[in-house]
Write a protein that binds this ligand. Structure first.
Ligand SMILES: *Cc1c(COP(=O)(O)O)cnc(C)c1O
Length: 397
């Protein structure tokens, strides 16, 4: 756990935080890149050994390389402190556990990330008697109506990573505060560059750093940001006891990813918008979900909360499930795989082959396809999508 130090105040813009916060040339022998402290323990000072007391003891608790990643992310989120974890789910489950009591009640939108949904509605239900109410969530009153005396947490994900639905963070944070309920958000889609939920009153902000923050599909990592007090408790309890701490090498790769996050996101956003606009005009496409489009159903929320968009786009394929599958399998530049946020373009088809009724509990339309627009040439990507649509039309089943 690390808090912002006074010397960090010179980093006024997010680009400067991403590139340089944590660089300490005098401390690290002039190295332009801070080294990896790839060690498990730090020997302790004694009256005789002359070793200075740096406060570092053991890497599950804290480590100078992880500390740099945490200071960068806390500064980007406008948070007092941040704590890194070995995965996004490590961070999310720790933030949730902070607010969980035996037999408590949690409210969340239907569209949250699958494993988070399973954690809330199955794991915590079975082990601790936690109940969870899933709501649509586009109206803040959905949350107010679901509140019970035993509600301790409202969990959000905005935009959600499958259909990119949003929630009104300020209105929901106000409702939660009125009732003394904690709030946690998965802010992975927006990244700390495009949305800072703490400024609207949300308590804890979680990210998977395996996606845009790492950016190169070479790490699995996560982070929670919030008040110094809450982060300190999470580190002492959930992180030290469950032990899902980050590894120093993972932290070093995350710091490297953060340096180029602003330029990468700009590229993903520009290409994403171009592809989303092109998809909207294509006869094989029924509807497109992309917060940067004028047709985005929650445009007002997108304008209010997001200072940019990225490369995630969802759309409903217009045709049969067999045609939708043929489209996906015919792509050459896009790889068929989960995850997103790396340099590469990807595609998944979460509800292809489902009926509307089967997809309804997740608030996702049937025949939904999600693509991630990577850093390849955008016109090559459009040409690839186009040839795959043509191939899909030939399927007559
Ligand atoms: C991938 C993902 C996670 C989980 O992160 P891991 O690092 O894989 O544990 C959480 N939330 C969202 C929105 C994700 O896409």
């Amino acid at each position: 756990m690390s808090e912002l130090k006074p010397q960090d105040e010179k980093f006024r813009t997010k680009e400067d935080i991403c590139t340089h916060l944590g660089d300490e040339y005098a401390k690290f022998m002039g190295a332009i890149v801070p080294p990896i402290f790839q060690n498990s323990l730090f020997v302790k000072p004694t009256p005789k050994n002359g070793i200075p007391d740096t406060g570092f003891v053991y890497t599950r608790v804290s480590n100078p390389t992880i500390d740099i990643a945490e200071r960068k992310i806390a500064a980007l989120e406008g948070a007092e402190a941040a704590a890194c974890f070995s995965s996004g789910m490590g961070a999310i489950s720790a933030a949730i556990m902070h607010f969980i009591k035996k037999d408590c009640h949690v409210i969340a939108p239907h569209t949250i990330y699958g494993p988070t949904r399973t954690f809330l509605s199955e794991y915590l239900a079975d082990k601790f008697g936690v109940t969870c109410t899933f709501v649509h969530g586009s109206d803040p009153e959905d949350f107010r109506k679901a509140i019970r005396p035993e509600t301790t947490l409202i969990y959000l994900e905005s935009p959600s990573s499958l259909v990119l639905y949003m929630q009104d963070l300020k209105a929901i944070a106000d409702i939660a505060k009125e009732h003394g309920i904690g709030t946690v958000i998965d802010n992975s889609y927006a990244t700390p560059l495009h949305q800072n939920p703490i400024s609207y009153g949300i308590d804890l902000v979680c990210h998977t750093a395996s996606k845009y923050m790492g950016g190169h599909s070479d790490i699995v990592a996560g982070v929670v940001a919030g008040s110094a007090e809450m982060i300190e408790q999470i580190c002492k309890n959930e992180r030290e006891l469950y032990g899902a701490c980050m590894d120093p090498h993972q932290a070093w790769l995350l710091i490297r990813g953060l340096r180029s996050l602003p330029v990468r996101l700009r590229a993903h956003g520009e290409s994403g918008l171009k592809v989303a606009k092109w998809l909207e005009t294509h006869p094989c496409v029924d509807r497109v979900f992309y917060p940067g489009l004028d047709s985005y159903p929650q445009k007002e929320l997108a304008d209010r909360y997001l200072s940019g968009t990225n490369g995630l786009i969802s759309f409903v394929y217009k045709g049969t499930a067999a045609q939708a599958r043929e489209f996906v399998y015919s792509l050459k530049l896009f790889q068929f795989g989960v995850s997103w946020g790396g340099f590469e373009s990807l595609i998944v088809m979460p509800t292809v082959g489902m009926t509307d009724e089967e997809a309804a509990p997740f608030d996702v339309p049937a025949n939904l396809i999600r693509i991630h627009i990577g850093l390849e040439n955008v016109d090559s990507l459009i040409a690839d999508l186009d040839q795959a649509f043509e191939a899909s039309k030939k399927i007559t089943e």
